[in-house]
Design a protein around this ligand. Sequence first.
Ligand code: ASP
Ligand code: MG
Length: 437
Amino acid sequence: MVSSEARKEPAAIVPDTVVMKFGGTSVASPDDLKRAARRIVAARERGQSVVAVLSARGKTTDELVAMAYEISDAPVARELDMLLSTGERQSCALCAMAIADMGYEAISLTGSQAGIVTDSSHTKARILDVQADRIRAALSSGQIVLVAGFQGVSTDSNDVTTLGRGGSDTTAVALAAALGAGVCEIYTDVAGVFTADPRIVPDARKLELLSFEEMLEMSASGAGVLQLRSVEYGRNHDVRIHCRSSFDDAPGTLVLPESETLERPFVTAVTHSENEARVTLAGIADEPGVAGRIFTALADANVDVDMIIQNEPVSTDHGADLSFTIERGDLAAATSALERTDLATPILTDDRIGKVSVIGAGMRSHPGVARDVFNALGELGINIQMISTSPIKISCVIAVDRVADAVRGLHDAFGLDRDEVLAEDPHGSAHHPRVRA
Ligand code: ASP
Ligand code: MG
């Protein structure tokens, strides 16, 4: 599920360089944009070299997507990228104007001008290289550099590419890696990463720190704070990430290498997604090569598969049943890719499913977390349709209309509204204490 970016030797850390990324809500109105500009200037006044990566303002990207679909049912991907990349350019140009008014020199750059080189998979491009010479030159001449997030340029075609929704996070982390910045600061409209979505669980707590592994599982299972690829990139290139509010100075959540996080709780957070769909292939041939053909078709259609379940047929005259989950938005692409294969089998779909996940690096060495998850859901009368686990995560597919109840129930069952429970004694009490003694 989690693939890795190419690993590179980390650039030498240059502590006086900081990369600050501002999300869409942090640059939405003129006042917001000026607040971001003041924060950037304040870092410059402290003597730091500042690179700021900006997202498109407010709902601009959604509006640009909608605009494309007003014109075409299937917008050409190259042109969609050309269109979407304009949102972040607006933010950067406007912010440069605001900074100039504050008496500092700033320069805005497109992803391409900033040296963000990608592959050519339009709308989902991956960063292959960062050629930051122009940024370095601008910084050493005393300029503040504003980089349009979420975009790059394809090595093959020289065309503009975008990095997938939320991709400005990845731009920022990639620049921090290339410049050897001490930290990549992600400024957003929430105070940090929480034990659950505060809109669902009002007493969710802000987490002080997380390991990359935990954050990867959280981003992969629905936490919207950081794009999954940015966390992968940070882990692979040793870039610490600080998620914090752009509206105050309070520290947010630090994402660090596991070796620096010491003991971790059994359960750190509950995440969820209401954005899933399930595909079931009923009675497929029980013979070698079938799964390979199915998932080749899906990979060729650029569909990311999450959970996969297959059982041995109950009897010899019965084929195998295979189910998997994907993002709901990929459902049409997945079914049409499967229809083009030679599988003579019904394709059943369900787009009313959601997923709830419990994550914690401490569960690796502590049995019983799965039992507690299943019991908590059972007590709420929530039926579990599919289960998948990693060493530090347990995910359950459930009906989409029970997701909020499940998140609240699990948050409560693991006492996440209280102080952290550290997994320091894996062979201790049979049932984990809710609060550390
Ligand atoms: N503007 C893009 C989006 O809305 C990229 C980003 O904000 O990170 O997904
Ligand atoms: Mg975002």
